[in-house]
Design a protein around this ligand. Structure first.
Ligand code: MG
Length: 256
């Protein structure tokens, strides 16, 4: 069930989104060859806590079996999502780094991801980043009152496939609000024979997040139980914003 949010609730979500965006802004400045993903993780925690917020990914899903052990996800090159920040993992020039940041503020979640170049990157990696970011904006452009959920999915898929890349299928965007993952799932492709999906209404809040692979769409998970990599070892990119449909407009919540 899609939980619609009131304007007051969206105002709270805006604060959570702002904190997430501030973390991205700070981390972007720190990214350079030689820094470790653990240093980025520490900085993210420091900023989130300074706003009296909580890192949304830390300890997720809180079932005590293999809860996520860090504050943010840091995924390098062929790692697509859920990379665990590591004191032994130094960034190198030419890498691409996907940072996923979530914060909970007064019980409301903000969630945004971005893939950053580390120093100079090769032209094909840049093309992958451009295609994935472009797909995010194409998806957001469809997130309007009166559209259907599948309009977002189709826009993302069309943008990516038209540039010769593949959308990941096993991981998707999602509703966002009091919980990090709410209904609906926001697919980055349109399954064969699928209906048009629910109507998008005022008060809908979504995390739209294309994950795009240079090669096959298939993925696998490493033995740490978290890090997802591409099945063929080629690179992957991930761009995400949390958005709200409010007053007939699409508002991006994860902005500074
Ligand atoms: Mg997300």
């Amino acid at each position: 069930m899609i939980v619609l949010k009131s304007k007051g609730e969206i105002a709270e979500m805006r604060k959570a989104g702002h904190i997430v965006a501030c973390v991205h802004e700070a981390l972007r400045e720190m990214i350079r060859p030689g820094i470790t993903t653990a240093e980025l993780d520490s900085k993210a925690a420091e900023i989130i806590r300074s706003y009296d917020a909580i890192p949304a990914f830390l300890g997720y899903p809180h079932n005590g079996r293999n809860d996520f052990p860090a504050n943010i996800c840091a995924s390098i090159n062929e790692e697509l999502v859920h990379g665990i920040p590591n004191r032994q993992r130094w960034l190198e020039a030419g890498d691409i780094l996907s940072l996923d940041v979530g914060a909970v503020y007064h019980g409301w979640v903000g969630d945004a991801a971005w893939t950053y170049p580390v120093g100079e990157i090769d032209a094909e990696s840049q093309r992958l980043l451009d295609a994935t970011e472009g797909a995010l904006w194409a998806g957001i452009a469809q997130a309007r009152e009166g559209k259907r959920l599948s309009d977002i999915s189709r826009a993302v898929e069309t943008y990516v496939v038209g540039r010769g890349f593949a959308v990941v299928r096993e991981y998707t965007g999602h509703g966002v609000g009091r919980k990090m993952h709410e209904d609906p799932q926001v697919l980055n492709y349109v399954p064969t024979g699928a209906g048009r999906g629910p109507l998008l209404r005022a008060g809908t809040t979504l995390a739209i997040e294309p994950m795009v692979n240079a090669g096959t769409w298939r993925t696998r998970t490493l033995s740490d139980g978290w890090t997802v990599i591409t099945a063929d070892g080629q690179r992957s990119a991930h761009f995400e914003h949390s958005i709200a449909i409010v007053d007939g407009q699409t508002e991006i919540l994860t902005v500074v």
